[in-house]
Design a binder for this molecule. Structure first.
Ligand code: SF4
Length: 448
């Protein structure tokens, strides 16, 4: 039983590290606490409860998590400190030993965060300190539903969690467990609630979204079709899809849908087949290129973002050059470049060839330059064209920003900006690049 009277008027602070999924989950925890009467502490106020949602994607992420925990403890003496998320799952005992941490919840237990918090908070005595609850990866079964507001315009709907792939460099399956998902019906309800609050755009998030349906014997395409029917939501984006799980039927459906945007994000990781094998990825460059070409054939204006890892174990110079040439040859729009980071417990540590840090940086720099070239060329094609843009709130007197269907960032000069454009889909004519080349300026508004 939750005793919400004990929480009335208490103040909480939240700190999130990592991916959109974590942000979405933290925001849901925040909403649950607020329903119990907990207020959000201002930046300079001391909180009674602090929640840190951690990430463990790299060694640097682990370090940042420890720093964030220490900072919360230092700045909020006497507060009840809860740590959850991937780092909390992988290093529960270690995290629970950090001075000031009261409760550590692994990936399975975070779904019951409110119950755990209630029990420990009400009985905060010496026995309650340094508690940790986490189960082995294979036993992570719970699903924490989350639909968070990025801003009033965009919502992040978690449709799936966990992963069964076990790529050799990745700790996510250990931290988040095997793939699982809620029902299509429950996700449609969440989308309807977002629409009722005035949400216009939903980003479908997850760890390996294409795996959707294994738990409920439904399919990702069926989910897409069901969401397409929700009144009020005008745009959907899919945060990321593994290449081997991008069905041709899904591409074809998105190309006909008015709501699923011509915007894809596909993790490639390496453009060398030898490295892909070392990574235990489930596709080769041929399949990846076929998927990209099919998307472009059906949706010539589509924006395609690609994740690439540089300097992974086994990536010799010739492999990197093959990866560069492969990406250069494809009509992709933007590269998200990640330098490889060694993770304890991963199979990649058995691969003998190691790339030094300096060389990793050099490779990352080259790919980032290629990414810039491709993004600029993509944007430039649309200068002078009419496009629909969904504008987002901006402080008075500042430029407003928004995105086209195909994810071009658009800037509306302060002199043209109006409060009523916030969360509105408007047709504009796209002008030249803005001052730092991060957006195209609005030349004129065609239709409100
Ligand atoms: S698909 Fe591979 S890289 Fe992505 S989460 Fe699963 S194991 Fe990690």
């Amino acid at each position: 039983m939750i005793d919400s009277s004990a929480f009335q008027g208490k103040k909480a602070k939240y700190y999130t590290l990592g991916c959109k999924l974590n942000f979405s989950e933290t925001s849901t925890f925040g909403k649950m606490l607020s329903d119990m009467g907990v207020l959000t502490a201002e930046k300079d106020e001391q909180a009674d409860i602090c929640l840190i949602n951690t990430c463990s994607v790299t060694e640097v992420a682990d370090h940042k998590c420890r720093q964030a925990i220490h900072k919360m403890v230092r700045e909020n003496p006497g507060a009840f400190i809860i740590v959850t998320g991937c780092y909390a799952q992988l290093e529960s005992e270690k995290v629970s030993q950090i001075q000031g941490v009261d409760l550590v919840l692994g990936s399975n237990e975070k779904a019951n965060l409110i119950q755990y918090l209630n029990d420990a908070f009400l009985h905060k005595d010496d026995d309650a300190l340094h508690q940790y609850h986490s189960v082995k990866t294979k036993d992570i079964k719970s699903f924490q539903p989350s639909c968070s507001r990025g801003n009033r315009t965009r919502y992040f709907l978690k449709v799936q969690d966990g992963c069964n792939y076990f790529c050799t460099y990745c700790t996510i399956p250990y931290a988040r467990g095997f793939s699982r998902n809620p029902t299509i019906a429950s996700l449609v309800r969440q989308a309807e609630e977002a629409a009722a609050e005035g949400g216009k755009e939903i980003v479908l998030t997850g760890v390996n979204i294409g795996n959707f349906g294994e738990t409920t014997h439904e399919s990702f395409l069926d989910l897409v079709k069901a969401l397409d029917e929700v009144d009020g939501i005008q745009r959907y984006r899919i945060s990321s899809l593994e290449p081997d799980l991008i069905d041709d039927a899904l591409i074809d459906y998105c190309s006909r849908s008015q709501k699923f945007m011509p915007h894809f994000h596909i993790p490639l990781q390496s453009g060398s087949d030898e490295v892909l094998k070392l990574m235990h990825r489930r596709y080769d460059t041929k399949l990846f290129a076929e998927k990209v070409m099919r998307i472009k054939q059906q949706m010539p204006e589509a924006f395609i973002g690609v994740d690439v890892m540089v300097g992974s174990r086994g990536e010799r110079l010739e492999h990197f050059e093959a990866c560069y040439d492969f990406l250069n040859s494809l009509p992709v729009t933007q590269l998200h470049v990640f330098p490889y980071s060694e993770r304890p417990g991963t199979q990649a540590l058995n691969i003998p060839y190691v790339v030094d840090e300096k060389e990793k940086k050099r490779r990352a720099k080259r790919l980032l330059a290629l990414s810039d070239e491709k993004t600029q060329a993509f944007y430039a094609q649309f200068i002078g064209q009419e496009k629909q843009v969904l504008f987002e709130k901006a402080p008075r007197g500042k430029a407003m920003h928004g995105f086209t269907d195909n994810y071009i960032r658009v800037e509306l000069a302060p002199a043209m900006a109006r409060e009523e454009y916030d969360n509105q889909l408007m047709t504009v004519r796209l002008g030249e690049f803005n001052h730092d080349h991060t957006a195209l300026r609005v030349q004129n508004i065609v239709e409100e």
